[in-house]
Design a binder for this molecule. Structure first.
Ligand code: CS2
Ligand code: MG
Length: 408
C-alpha cells in the first residue's frame, strides 16, 4: 500500500484551519489538522515544502516509523510548527488505519473506558452579573462544568477571554484578527484582589456540584500564583489553569507548597519533554496538551500514558482554533484514556463548519459522544473548502501599566 498524494488546505469559517488530506493507492484517504493558531501558514508550508515530498510512496500503515522518520529526521527537533505538521500527518495515518480496520480509532487504542466524555464550556462576562448570566446559560444547556472568566473592575483593558461590554458573552470567542497585535494593559494587583471574591460568589450562587474552572492564562509570577491558588482553595475549583508561565517547571513547586488547588497546564507544550518534569514530580493534576500542537495521536498517547502513572488526568486543550479533526482525535483518546479528566469544548457547530467537516459525533447534556464511524469519524468537503482563504491574525500582547511587557 502506498501514499500517492497529499494536499494541504488553509481556511475555514472564521478560522484559518490547516487541513491535510493524504490519499493512497487503495482509494482510502486520511485527514489531519495542522492549525497553529495565528501562525497557520508555517505548518502548511512545512508540510508542502518538506514533509509531503517525502511522504509520497511511503506505506501509510507504518505510522510509528513515519512519525520517527520526521521527528528524528528533522535533526532540529520539536517546536510548535514542526509538531503541528507532524501532528497532522499522524492523525491522517491513524484515520487511514481505522478505515482499513473498519473501526473507530478508540477501538484501536484499547476500546471505550466510558460512554460519554465530560466537557466544559466557556462562560465569560464583562462584569460579574454578566458572567453569572453566562454560567446560567450553560447550566441550562446541560453542562456539568464551566470555565469562568470575568472582567475586573478598574482593569485598564478587557483581559483574557473577556468581552469589552456586557451582554456579549454568549459564545464569546477572542478576536485575533489583524497581523499587528492589539495591546492589553494588565494589573495583577487588581486581579488578585477581585477574582478570589468573584469565584466565591459564583460558588455560592451555583452550589457545590457545578465544576468550576478558571484560566489565569500565564499572568502571575510563581509567588503570586501560590498566593492566588491558596486564596481560592475554599472555592474548590475543578482546576486552576496556567497560573504561571510553564517554561520554569520547578516554579510550580511553590504553588504545591502553599495550596491543594488542582493545577492544569499544557496547552503550549509541543512534546513529552516539555512536561516530563511536571508529570514525574506530580506538580500538576491535569495535562492540557492538544493533539495538533503536540505531534499527533502517537505522541500524545505517550504523554497520556506517562501522566496516568503519576495520577494526572487528561484535560485536552479545545480552543476554537482547533479544527473538528483535532477535536475528533482527542474525542477518541478521551473515550479510551483510563486517566481521562475533562475536555475543553466550544460548540462551534456552525452550519458552515459542519458542512466543511461532516461528522456524526454528538455533544449532549455536557458529555461528548464519539461516533462509531471508522477512523476519526470526520470527513472534509473540498468543494466547501474552496469558499475559504487565509486571513492573518495575531495574539494580543500584554503590558503592565508601567509599559513592562507581560504574558498574554
Ligand atoms: C486558552 C486558549 O482555551 C484556553 O485554555 O488558553 O484559548 C488560548 O488563549 C488560545 O488557544 C491561544 O491561541
Ligand atoms: Mg488556557
Amino acid at each position: 500500500m502506498k501514499i500517492t498524494n497529499a494536499k494541504v488546505f488553509v481556511g475555514g469559517p472564521g478560522k484559518n484551519y490547516v487541513t491535510l488530506k493524504i490519499e493512497t493507492d487503495q482509494g482510502v484517504y486520511g485527514l489531519g489538522d495542522a492549525t497553529l493558531n495565528n501562525r497557520e501558514t508555517l505548518p502548511a508550508a512545512y508540510l508542502q515544502d518538506y514533509l509531503i515530498p517525502c511522504l509520497i510512496g511511503m506505506d501509510p500503515r507504518r505510522s510509528e516509523d513515519i512519525w520517527q522518520f520526521f521527528y528524528r529526521g528533522a535533526y532540529f527537533r520539536r517546536g510548535p510548527i514542526a509538531m503541528a505538521a507532524f501532528g497532522a500527518i499522524d492523525m491522517a495515518l491513524w484515520d487511514i488505519k481505522g478505515k482499513l480496520a473498519n473501526m473507530p480509532l478508540y477501538q484501536l487504542f484499547g476500546g471505550k473506558s466510558r460512554d460519554g466524555a465530560l466537557v466544559y464550556a466557556h462562560a465569560t462576562g464583562a462584569d460579574l452579573p454578566d458572567l453569572m448570566e453566562s454560567i446560567a446559560h450553560y447550566v441550562d444547556a446541560g453542562y456539568k462544568a464551566v470555565r469562568v472568566q470575568c472582567g475586573i473592575p478598574g482593569m485598564p483593558s478587557a483581559s483574557y477571554a473577556v468581552p469589552e461590554t456586557s451582554g456579549a458573552s454568549k459564545h464569546y470567542i477572542t478576536d485575533f484578527s489583524g497581523i499587528r497585535p492589539r495591546t492589553e494593559i494588565w494589573d495583577t494587583d487588581r486581579y488578585m484582589r477581585y477574582m478570589p471574591g468573584a469565584l466565591t460568589e459564583i460558588r455560592e450562587r451555583f452550589g457545590p456540584d457545578l465544576k468550576l474552572l478558571h484560566d489565569v492564562h500565564h499572568r502571575l509570577t510563581p509567588r503570586e500564583a501560590a498566593q492566588f491558588a491558596k486564596a481560592v482553595e475554599p472555592v474548590n475549583l475543578f482546576w486552576l489553569e496556567d497560573p504561571t508561565p510553564a517554561e520554569d517547571q520547578t516554579a510550580l513547586k511553590l504553588i504545591r507548597q502553599h495550596s491543594t488547588t488542582p493545577i492544569a497546564i499544557g496547552e503550549v507544550f509541543n512534546s513529552l519533554h516539555d512536561c516530563q518534569h511536571l508529570i514525574e514530580q506530580e506538580l500538576i493534576d491535569f495535562i492540557r496538551v492538544a493533539v495538533t500542537y503536540a505531534g499527533g495521536i502517537t505522541h500524545v498517547k505517550r504523554i497520556v500514558e506517562l501522566a496516568g502513572m503519576h495520577h494526572i488526568r487528561t484535560g485536552f486543550h479545545g480552543a476554537p482554533s482547533h479544527s473538528p479533526l483535532c477535536m475528533a482525535a482527542q474525542a477518541h483518546l478521551n473515550a479510551w484514556a483510563p486517566n481521562f479528566g475533562i475536555q475543553e469544548y466550544l460548540v462551534l457547530g456552525t452550519p458552515e463548519c459542519d458542512a466543511l467537516f461532516p461528522s456524526d459525533h454528538q455533544m449532549q447534556d455536557g458529555l461528548f459522544h464519539v461516533s462509531d464511524a471508522p477512523g476519526l469519524g470526520v470527513d472534509f468537503d473540498e468543494t466547501q473548502a474552496a469558499r475559504y482563504c487565509y486571513a492573518p491574525g495575531s495574539h494580543p500582547v500584554v503590558r503592565l501599566q508601567d509599559g513592562t511587557l507581560w504574558n498574554y
